[in-house]
Design a protein around this ligand. Structure first.
Ligand SMILES: NC(=O)c1ccc[n+]([C@@H]2O[C@H](COP(=O)([O-])OP(=O)(O)OC[C@H]3O[C@@H](n4cnc5c(N)ncnc54)[C@H](OP(=O)(O)O)[C@@H]3O)[C@@H](O)[C@H]2O)c1
Length: 251
């Protein structure tokens, strides 16, 4: 075991899986969570560092609490929590969305994130200097676009929760960062479109999106800065992405 342990939610795909590989490369021990057990097992088998896996739905507060309470002794002193599990659904207009999709985004991106934070916050405080919470927000939390509705609102929650946590954690040594990526090619669009591979390919095609590894590098960067430095927010876009102008309804 090393003395550095990262606890990553949503480690079965995208940013979370890439972050697991990045921390492992640097010799950190890992606690990896997600709902797809076979992917967690495959990742555990690939990484050459001590890795504890837990099949976990972050929406289930009791299961989250139990997973943290049952961490094997060598994995208990978590140094860095990466609150990455999340999703967007329903890219159509707000007025055409199923209410269940809105609830799923709120339950995962907001409730799930606070469930995990609550379960680990006191052990992070016990670590103190050098401990980190890295939350994965989104540019959608600051910049609205058609179809961002509740997804954007959940990521605004992540940003404000991150900033608010900093106030309460002042003096504990625990850092909090909200990483806010723009367009990055992962399974994100496949999930958002409920399996439409062509839509995913069209979005990421003919341009240069961020990669999961790009974001993993930033997660690792903020978590390994000298203990006296806290990056509050880190907004990252591909060079080939920018904002559109204001939309105007005309006669
Ligand atoms: N890709 C982008 O363009 C982009 C941009 C900005 C922000 N983000 C944010 O980045 C984070 C990671 O997304 P990604 O792009 O890496 O997408 P991804 O490839 O779809 O990965 C999402 C991860 O979240 C996990 N997850 C989803 N719901 C969960 C739940 N209820 N309980 C536990 N785990 C859950 C998934 O694991 P299981 O399905 O196995 O549970 C998966 O490992 C999300 O918070 C997303 O909102 C993405």
């Amino acid at each position: 075991m090393t003395d550095k342990i990262a606890f990553i939610t949503g480690a079965t795909s995208g940013f979370g899986r890439a972050a697991a590989r990045r921390f492992a490369e640097a010799g950190w021990s890992l606690v990896l969570t997600g709902r797809r057990t076979e992917r967690l097992e495959a990742l555990q088998g690939e990484l050459g560092v001590p890795t504890h896996i837990v099949t976990l739905d972050v929406r289930d507060a009791d299961a989250v609490k139990q997973a943290v309470a049952e961490l094997p002794e060598p994995f208990r002193a978590v140094t860095c929590l990466v609150n990455n599990a999340g999703l967007a659904l329903a890219p159509e207009k707000a007025q055409d969305v199923d209410l269940a999709d809105w609830h799923t985004m709120i339950d995962t991106n907001c409730t799930g994130l606070v469930n995990v934070t609550h379960a680990l916050i006191n052990s992070l405080i016990a670590i103190g200097q050098g401990a980190s919470i890295v939350n994965i927000g989104s540019v959608a939390g600051s910049w609205p676009y058609p179809g961002s509705h509740v997804y954007g609102a959940t990521k605004a929650f992540v940003r404000q929760f991150s900033l608010s946590l900093r106030c309460d954690l002042l003096g504990t040594g625990v850092r909090v960062t909200d990483i806010e990526p723009g367009m990055a090619e992962t399974e994100f669009t496949l999930v958002r479109t409920k399996g439409n591979q062509a839509a995913s390919d069209a979005l990421y095609g003919s341009t240069t999106p961020l990669t999961a590894e790009d974001i993993a590098e930033q997660i690792f960067y903020v978590a390994t800065l000298p203990a006296h430095i806290n990056i509050n927010r880190l907004e990252i876009m591909p060079t080939r992405q920018a904002w559109a102008g204001f939309a105007v309804d005309r006669d």
